[in-house]
Design a protein around this ligand. Structure first.
Ligand SMILES: [Zn+2]
Length: 490
């Protein structure tokens, strides 16, 4: 029965919180020092030294056993729950460390020792190191003695500094260590540690060990990993302490809780998966970095392009402005030039008109002078046909004619002779009245003023003047003088 008990104790007597701490349950230790056999372990079938439980339990005379911690006498006993252990004899020193450990602590130590042994390792409880530099709750040693692991049941509060210090002391002696606690502690994840809880009468890991889920890229506590499985894994090397990569330190502890863990227990495959994931993330980061750099370069290029465009546009605008101003100036100049040209044209046109008018006037004047001259020439020839003598005779005949027809009045002959205004004839005055004209020139008859008498030498001259249509027969007075001999001279 006792053998069976020990063999199955990791399952039948797991570490658990006592329902009610009872004064009947004395504080326990699992080790004692035997004067001849040496260290006695209550959790092993042969007590670790070739003895049986019956050889130390309730034998007479009493076997001398001492507390390995304080040296006080102890005796073997079985607790009300059937747990073999050693209890101090009366009068124990109050400062013995073991006496201050709880039942809970002892039960957890026992569970750890049993798990270590189920993996084929030796496990000693309450082992003190050389120079008392450490004291392991359970010190497990591999069959080839190559590895030692201290399994520490840590229930009482301990500072992070202290637990690091104690971890370092184990490492200094080449001993691996794993801290095991049922409590929520701050140092989980900073030293190799796990948190356990009882589920379905078994101790299982609820924190401190995790597997890497590649698809989700995170660490997660396994659904159900028993303390026994875990200890076996650690001891056969498949479960190792791993320093979590910084990217993955927020791990999923359970379905509702996340926590920061710098260090945890896991398997090689998970370490590899984390590394692979990290590489992937680094590649993604690098890709993203390149992408961002490319985008930044693109944006910079676009910005430069926009600035270039803006500068070019401004330059074009300025050039356009200058061109327009130049065009406007040109238009203004053209307008003024056109304006002056029109003024000049108008002036020239006016000048031309004036010139034309003057030319026409001059031409008309010349023509008039030419006609006057021609008229005067014709008149001269007409006058020169008659001699002075004949002219004198004619004047006498006219005076006689007036005297007879105007009741004795005497006409006077214009002494100035022929005048242009009298159609190149000589005026006959009767008092102040112009009475008639003597021999007007046939080519100047239009100058003859009013209805005057017109005196000529003879009928031929009368006929000549009548033919001009400027005088009528009633006006004509002619005598019977012959044509002057001078006529034949022409
Ligand atoms: Zn003691």
């Amino acid at each position: 029965m006792s053998h069976l008990y020990v063999m199955v104790s990791s399952r039948t007597v797991p570490w658990r919180k006592p329902d009610v701490p009872t004064p009947l349950e004395p504080v326990m230790a699992f080790s004692a020092m035997h004067a001849d056999a040496g260290r006695v372990d209550a959790t092993l079938p042969d007590l670790g030294c070739g003895l049986t439980w019956d050889q130390v339990h309730k034998v007479r005379p009493r076997v001398v056993l001492r507390c390995p911690e304080c040296g006080h006498g102890v005796h073997a006993r079985v607790s009300s729950r059937g747990m073999r252990h050693f209890a101090h004899d009366p009068g124990r020193p109050p400062d013995c460390a073991w006496l201050n450990e709880s039942l809970e602590h002892h039960q957890l130590k026992l569970a750890l020792a049993n798990a270590a042994r189920s993996a084929g390792w030796q496990a000693e409880l309450e082992v003190t190191g050389p120079n008392a530099s450490w004291r392991a709750d359970v010190l497990a040693t591999s069959p080839d003695q190559a590895r030692s692991i201290a399994w520490e049941a840590q229930l009482s509060p301990i500072s992070e500094d202290d637990i690091r210090y104690r971890t370092a002391r184990y490492e200094a002696d080449g001993i691996e260590v794993c801290w095991v606690t049922p409590n929520s502690v701050t140092w989980l994840g900073s030293v190799p540690a796990i948190r356990v809880a009882e589920q379905a009468a078994e101790a299982v890991i609820i924190d401190g060990a995790a597997g890497f889920q590649f698809t989700r890229g995170r660490w997660q506590t396994p659904d159900r990993l028993t303390l026994t499985e875990f200890v076996q894994g650690v001891q056969d090397g498949s479960v190792v302490v791993h320093d979590v990569l910084s990217r993955y330190r927020q791990i999923k502890v359970d379905s509702t809780r996340y926590a920061w863990r710098h260090r945890l227990w896991t398997m090689a495959a998970s370490v590899e998966a984390e590394g692979r994931h990290e590489l992937m993330r680094q590649r993604q980061d690098a890709w993203r970095q390149r992408q961002q750099e490319a985008e930044a370069a693109q944006q910079a290029a676009e910005r430069r392009q926009r600035e270039d465009d803006k500068r070019r546009h401004e330059a074009e605008h300025a050039a356009e402005q200058a061109r327009r101003q130049q065009e406007q100036a040109q238009r203004d100049e053209d307008w003024w030039r056109g304006f002056h040209a029109r003024l000049e044209q108008d002036r020239l046109r006016q000048e031309a008109v004036e010139q034309q008018r003057r030319s026409a006037a001059e031409a008309a004047e010349h023509e008039r002078q030419r006609l006057d001259q021609a008229e005067a020439d014709a008149a001269s020839r007409w006058i020169e046909k008659v001699s002075e003598t004949r002219t004198h005779e004619l004047h006498n005949k006219i005076i006689e004619y007036v005297w007879r027809n105007e009741m004795g009045k005497t006409a006077t002959i214009d002494t100035d002779g022929p005048k242009k205004e009298h159609a190149y004839g000589t005026a006959i005055q009767l008092g102040t009245r112009l009475y008639g004209v003597v021999r007007p020139s046939p080519t100047s008859m239009q100058r003859l003023p009013g209805q005057l008498r017109v005196f000529v030498l003879n009928a031929r001259e009368a006929q000549l003047l009548l033919e001009t249509g400027k005088v009528m027969t009633e006006q004509m007075v002619h005598f019977d003088f012959p044509d002057d001999e001078q006529l034949s001279l022409l």
